[in-house]
Unconditional design. Structure first.
Length: 154
């Protein structure tokens, strides 16, 4: 979207004046850049404090163009355990996704039970899944404790 052109005709360049107005300095710099029309228009609509700060501009770019295509709740409900992930790591990963999705699994008993069911359903380790399905968990710390005990036995 933004490419630098290092080879500019020297005769058209002119000297850079640090004391010139910001618009003159910007015009001088734009001879080295080649932005697509869409990017230039998008950048032109941003507030001046965003345009003038690289940190703000890059943050705005990330927010606009690099955002996830799925919502946080959708990511939570579609999450599966990776083959390289232990059951405990997957549980922590699922907890983080639940927090981002706004699921109150720590406060609501019903949501906690649904959260644990989702965890067990998407777990890869069949043997651990059988052991854990037979358990009743009062809270999430009990679930973590059982996972750690089963991991030590293996």
């Amino acid at each position: 979207m933004l490419t630098l052109r290092p080879y500019v005709n020297f005769a058209t360049l002119g000297m850079f004046d640090e004391k010139a107005s910001i618009s003159d300095r910007k015009n001088w710099w734009e001879k080295f850049t080649n932005m697509s029309v869409q990017v230039r228009d998008w950048r032109g609509q941003l507030p001046k404090h965003v345009q003038s700060s690289w940190m703000n501009l890059s943050a705005e770019f990330r927010r606009e163009y690099l955002k996830s295509r799925t919502s946080e709740p959708e990511r939570y409900f579609m999450m599966r355990q990776k083959s390289s992930e232990s059951a405990l790591d997957y549980f922590y990963h699922l907890n983080g996704a639940a927090i981002k999705a706004g699921i109150k699994y720590r406060k609501s008993k019903k949501e906690r039970e649904e959260h644990i069911k989702r965890f067990l359903k998407n777990m890869k380790d069949a043997q651990l899944k059988v052991v854990m399905r037979k358990q009743r968990f009062k809270d999430l710390e009990d679930l973590v404790y059982v996972q750690r005990c089963c991991r030590r036995r293996v």
